[in-house]
Design a protein around this ligand. Structure first.
Ligand code: HAM
Length: 421
């Protein structure tokens, strides 16, 4: 036998029946985005490496350790996108969208790539559903986006997802906070891992991303960024909290949540679940405001806010609930004799053309094996077609879940099925 080739580590196949859960989430997301007035945008999975270095940040784990980067045949450095925000901003700037409309709200869905240590809910190819809004500096934009996520969770029946909020302040005032954080970290240098010692000098905020329990213990005593906000940033943060309360959206302020990406200004937020099916991968989404990024990537000075949800993680939650199943066929047509095989094929095609979900076993075979297949398909009704049925123009519509069969005319099957939907 030839040697089998396995899929790439950390990259999952999505197969039936699990895919039904993905479809349910994707269609609820599309409907929710439309209800909120967001339009879909699609960008390539490959981008110039510099795009992510300049936006996500050189000192982040994502850029420093996790990107799939390679040179193409012309020697350009390209990277598989580790996230969607940078690509969308690139497209927003490249197509001069700001000149056409003052406010732009986009959503996107697609695979992202990070070379991470794999465990439950953490993969090397994973899917995000994201939303980005450009042009609004008021906190109402954060409120709308958080409301959108919460309404989406509700639409698919996911309960118990918590919202955590923080404000990272403005870049002008962040310097003062970073000085006090650095002073604190230097005083605890001996208790920090080598990487955090380096982060202290290079990009001190990133120490909060460290998973090392020793560093986490030190950080409990670190100065809180929310104590060092400018008056404007504080007012912005307070308005957001007031608006979320107005919309009945519960939240918790967590001054140690800094997100693992450099582009955020002011608001940062995360959606968290304590469900054990996620293991330690409790964040089902995250986002925040990034008012500097559009300008830093060559566009006009444009405020922006967005989030991304982890589709794999949300689907793990939905699967554990077990509420979503693949759609069932309405009818399974079985063939009693060879002479009925072609008429059955024509009948099934006719019903499918009329919009019905109908199936048959193209292999033919014994009636018993076809009926087994009908049961397995979870079809609502079965219909056996033979010379008798073709001669009389009538057949029995047999409910597979039990109950009396009904005699129906073959030329009126469409209405018979529609009446029983
Ligand atoms: P992020 O927090 O890096 O943010 O990712 C968002 C979500 O993607 C996470 O909360 C998680 O659910 C999921 N995710 C991340 N990495 C993995 C992984 N390796 N395996 C499975 N799921 C994962 C961003 O990506 C930002 N672009 C969000 C944003 C949009 N900020 C502003 N706009």
């Amino acid at each position: 036998m030839s040697q089998r080739i396995s899929g790439v580590k950390g990259m999952n196949d999505l197969l039936p029946p699990d895919i039904s859960v993905w479809h349910a989430l994707e269609s609820a997301a599309r409907e929710t985005f439309e209800r909120f007035g967001y339009d879909e945008a699609r960008t390539p999975v490959l981008e110039d490496t510099a795009l992510f270095v300049r936006s996500v940040g050189e000192a982040t784990d994502i850029v420093g350790k996790e990107m799939y980067t390679f040179a193409d045949k012309a020697g350009r450095s390209l990277s598989l996108r580790p996230e969607g925000t940078a690509s969308l901003v690139r497209a927003y700037v490249e197509h001069a969208v700001a000149q056409r409309e003052p406010v732009t709200r986009w959503w996107y869905a697609g695979p992202m790539f990070r070379y991470e240590r794999m465990k439950t809910g953490r993969y090397r190819q994973f899917w995000q559903l994201g939303a980005e809004a450009y042009g609004v500096s008021a906190p109402a934009q954060e409120t709308e986006l958080i409301d959108l996520a919460v309404q989406l969770f509700r639409a698919v029946g996911l309960e118990g997802i918590r919202v955590e909020l923080n404000s990272l302040g403005d870049p002008e005032t962040r310097g003062v906070y970073l000085e006090s954080l650095r002073a604190f970290l230097r005083a605890h240098r001996g208790e920090l891992c080598a990487e955090c010692q380096e982060r202290t000098e290079k990009n001190a905020l990133r120490v909060f991303d460290c998973k090392n329990p020793g560093c986490q213990a030190v950080l409990v005593g670190a100065p809180a960024i929310t104590d060092a906000l400018s008056a404007e940033a504080r007012a912005h943060f307070e308005t957001l909290q007031r608006q979320l309360t107005l919309l009945d959206i519960p939240f918790r302020v967590n001054p140690r949540m800094v997100r693992g990406i450099d582009y955020y200004t002011r608001t940062a937020f995360e959606f968290l679940s304590e469900d054990p099916v996620l293991g330690t991968a409790s964040a089902v989404g995250g986002g925040g405001r990034y008012d500097r990024l559009v300008k830093e990537l060559g566009g006009p000075d444009t405020p922006a806010v967005g989030w991304a949800l982890g589709v794999d993680r949300l689907c793990l939650l939905l699967q554990a609930k077990g509420a979503i199943h693949a759609p069932r066929p309405e009818l399974f047509v079985a063939v009693a004799e060879d002479m009925a095989a072609d008429p059955a094929l024509a009948l099934v095609s006719r019903l499918r053309r009329a919009g019905h979900r109908v199936d048959l076993d193209a292999r033919g075979g014994s009636l018993k094996s076809q009926m087994k297949r009908a049961d397995k398909s979870r079809a609502v009704f079965a219909l056996v077609l033979g010379s008798r049925e073709l001669g009389s123009g009538e057949a029995q519509l047999k409910p597979l879940g039990g109950g009396e069969p009904v005699l129906v005319r073959l030329d009126a099957l469409e209405s018979a099925l529609a009446a029983r939907r």
